[in-house]
Design a protein around this ligand. Structure first.
Ligand code: FAD
Length: 418
């Protein structure tokens, strides 16, 4: 840390931070914009940033019903990885990983991108075969992957139960370039970058309907702060996708479910990277503050509530105890929930809708945080050019009708592989 930043920290601490400037403008909505993005999560803000930075489109507003990052962007367990198998997914997530690797320079913002490795444990011969296949597929796509035997796993994570586990650890698939990034910082970094380029970020502005012309084209939105006209409207509302689409009489192949996460009291460093349990609903990492951050499966029924239920808490804790008994001594600090936009094949949608003027970014299930940069790039490309970005060309809405599914539930929507 430089003298300058130490002095600046001390000065701000003594003045109770009264001198700190907001990093982005909290704008008042104008009458109209070239593009409106609904949803001030990571995807909406990244889209606005890339519209301005890559396509030079700056007459843009991001409308957020609450505060930016108050949805899943600020509720996730921050894991980034690109260990996908299918051709529709693998290049997209690897591109996203490459964007993560340059994001802090791009935004000049510390997003705490930390490539500490992601380790998926395997507990049966069949799982080992699947892991080997996935690892080979990843390497063919130029993605880093290591298939580990038990000793390899033991070296990385000696604290796991190797002796008496109900589901013995037989090895694991490791992606060394996977890891974590600070979710709030990603939101703030994209917000600052977009705001600096002229994008209006409007909080406390709920979209309640669409403005349509005589041909049915969407030409604006009705909001809690009045009518706002738009050349194009992009939806990036994650778990609320079906609700907002219904305002335009559109039915999506998406169901909303709650996903919970948990954080413990702060501990000294014990876990080097991200670990997922292959035989139950549990995955874990350790934050830079020392808290163990973990989670498991979605709650089993549809909901739009940002809170979860106790049976899943019990299930997650059982999973943790099964693979890592030392977790039983740890005190839980808090838990929370977010609403997942679960698509029917586990893969996302970045596409035009059948309604002119309305564009869709949705279906990220519980894996959308890692996709934030590439999703923003591809959605911005679609909004700017009316053509799908080549990397996201498979993420079509009509694939659920035509049968061209990207069925990567084993990775996109399997609970233990967030
Ligand atoms: P959000 O942040 O949810 O953004 C959508 C925004 O739209 C919200 O701010 C919401 O308020 C706003 N909105 C909704 N309705 C309206 C309206 N009518 N008008 C205006 N605004 C509206 N992904 C990973 O890759 N790695 C992980 O480790 C991971 N862990 C997760 C753990 C948990 C507990 C949860 C909940 C999610 C996890 N995810 C993870 C998934 C990831 O967080 C999401 O897929 C991703 O954040 C979704 O995109 P977003 O950030 O734009 O969504």
């Amino acid at each position: 840390m430089t003298h300058f930043s130490i002095l600046s920290l001390a000065r701000n601490a003594l003045s109770r931070h009264s001198g700190w400037q907001p990093t982005w403008r909290d704008a008042v909505p104008k009458d109209g914009y070239d593009v409106i993005i609904i949803g001030g999560g990571g995807h909406g803000l990244a889209t606005a940033y890339y519209l301005a930075a890559v396509h030079g489109i700056t007459n843009v507003a991001v409308l957020e019903k609450g505060w930016i990052g108050g949805g899943n962007a600020g509720r996730n367990t921050t894991i980034i990885r690109s260990n996908y198998l299918l051709p529709g997914n693998a290049p997209f997530y690897e591109w996203s990983m490459k964007l993560w690797e340059g994001l802090e320079q791009e935004l000049n913002y510390n997003a705490m991108v930390s490539q500490r490795g992601v380790l998926n444990l395997v507990h049966s011969d069949a799982q080992r075969d699947a892991a080997a296949r996935r690892g080979n597929g990843m390497r063919l796509h130029g993605v880093d992957a290591e298939l580990l035997d038990v000793d390899g796993v033991r070296k990385l994570a000696p604290f796991l139960d190797f002796d008496q586990a109900r589901f013995p650890i037989m090895g694991g698939l490791h992606q060394p370039r996977g890891g974590t990034a600070r979710h709030d910082a990603v939101v703030w970094g994209f917000a600052r970058g977009a705001s600096d380029r002229g994008v209006d970020i409007v909080q406390n502005c709920e979209v309640r309907g669409f403005l349509r012309d005589a041909t049915g084209t969407v030409v604006g939105v009705e909001t809690s702060r009045g009518l706002i006209r738009a050349g194009k409207v992009g939806m990036a509302v994650a778990g609320n996708s079906s609700r907002i689409a219904a305002l335009a009489d559109l039915r999506l192949p998406i169901e909303s479910h709650v996903l919970q996460a948990f954080v413990s009291e702060g501990l000294k460093p014990v876990i080097p990277g991200v670990i997922t349990f292959g035989a139950g609903h549990f995955y874990i990492s350790q934050s830079d503050k020392g808290g163990l951050v973990f989670g498991g499966d979605i709650d089993g029924y549809n909901s739009y509530a940002q809170r979860g239920n106790l049976p899943v808490v019990e299930d997650v804790c059982e999973g943790g105890m099964a693979v890592m008994p030392m977790i039983g001594r740890v005190r839980l600090l808090r838990s929370w929930g977010g609403i997942m936009d679960m698509s029917m094949d586990g893969s996302p949608i970045i596409d035009r809708t059948p309604i002119d003027g309305l564009y869709l970014n949705a279906g990220w299930c519980y894996g959308g945080f890692k996709a934030t940069p590439a999703s923003g790039r591809c959605f911005a490309h679609l909004l700017a050019t009316d053509r799908a970005h080549e990397t996201a060309a498979a993420y079509r809405l009509d694939r659920f009708r035509t049968g061209h599914l990207i069925d990567e539930k084993g990775q996109g929507a399997q609970p233990n592989l967030h």
